[in-house]
Design a protein around this ligand. Structure first.
Ligand code: GRG
Length: 296
């Protein structure tokens, strides 16, 4: 994959992850009046994580030469609040019942179940507050809020989680599996890319190919997550491995070798879409270096 320059992603992470972490850490407590709720929301948000989704939005903005002010970092970080809420709720006893997330006890283990549910509720709603407050003009704010509700809600991530929960133990077909994951994992990645395109006022043609990239990146991300569950270890992953043995995953449907092949093809699709554009997409291509394909 000689089109992928890993250094560009490394540099972006070095420049922006500390800024994203800083905004999340400093801003969040200003929006929560109850101390226990505030501590529990901050506990999970500040527990680490790659910050991949805000990075994607910011990479799109950089691609369109939009100035990455502190305001933009906060706007891009709103998606991390929703992502963290989804992880807290996914770990609850009624869902995956997990004890470890991002290398630390899950929210309901550190606090209690009721607090974890409320922390998730608080993070979900706070994300919309942050978007609504940004200084990008009302028209763009409404577009972002609409896209964020669609992506995270009952026709997006929540629908994906519902299909997942209601089909555990049932073997899905390839098409059903793709649908499940394009909702559960793909939709927040879609929002991250779309947010950058809305703010940057990208053309319809650019949106078309950028969203093909977003969809293929989301699919690759899920296939890789399924592969890591089998080939990684708990220390690197920050959560238990071999946790998906009875779940609907690409590895369980195809086996590990074919899953790697599917990952290769999905990455190629995404690169092809970016190559359709006249603008410099090297930074976006560098996101594919997130997938370590050497260990197979
Ligand atoms: C509870 C409505 C609701 C939805 C939960 C996100 C999710 C939906 C479930 C998590 C299950 C899971 C492991 C999905 C695979 C893809 C994924 C979202 C992985 C975690 O995201 P990363 O790798 O995590 O970006 P970090 O910790 O780096 O932020």
């Amino acid at each position: 994959m000689d089109q992928i320059n890993r250094e560009l992603l490394n540099q972006l992470e070095k420049d922006l992850v500390p800024q994203i972490n800083n905004v999340l850490k400093l801003e969040l407590p200003n929006y929560v009046s109850d101390d226990r709720l505030s501590n529990s929301m901050s506990y999970s948000v500040n527990a680490g994580g790659k910050r991949l989704r805000p990075l994607l939005t910011l990479a799109i903005l950089k691609t369109y030469n939009v100035n990455l002010t502190n305001e933009m970092i906060k706007l891009a970080s709103a998606i991390e609040l929703i992502h963290t809420y989804s992880l807290i709720h996914d770990d609850l006893p009624a869902m995956d019942n997990d004890d470890l997330r991002r290398g630390k006890p899950t929210n309901h283990k550190e606090f209690d179940e009721a607090t974890a549910i409320l922390a998730g509720d608080g993070l979900l709603t706070l994300a919309f507050e942050w978007v609504s407050e940004s200084n990008i003009g009302n028209e763009k704010i409404v577009k972002l809020i609409k896209q964020l509700s669609k992506s995270s809600g009952s026709n997006g991530m929540v629908a994906g989680q519902s299909i997942d929960v209601n089909n555990s133990g049932k073997k899905l077909t390839k098409q059903e599996l793709i649908k499940l994951h394009s909702l559960k994992t793909g939709e927040l990645i879609r929002y991250s890319v779309m947010a950058g395109l809305i703010i940057s006022e990208a053309s319809d043609n650019e949106i078309k190919f950028m969203m093909k990239f977003a969809d293929s990146f989301g699919l690759a991300f899920q296939i890789y997550d399924d592969i890591l569950d089998v080939v990684s270890n708990e220390k690197d992953l920050g959560k238990p491995v071999n946790d998906d043995a009875d779940k609907n995953t690409y590895v369980n449907l195809y086996g590990i070798k074919k899953s790697y092949e599917l990952l290769d093809n999905t990455i190629k699709d995404g690169l092809d879409s970016l190559n359709e554009l006249d603008i410099d997409t090297d930074l976006l291509k560098s996101f594919y270096s997130y997938f370590d394909l050497n260990g197979r």
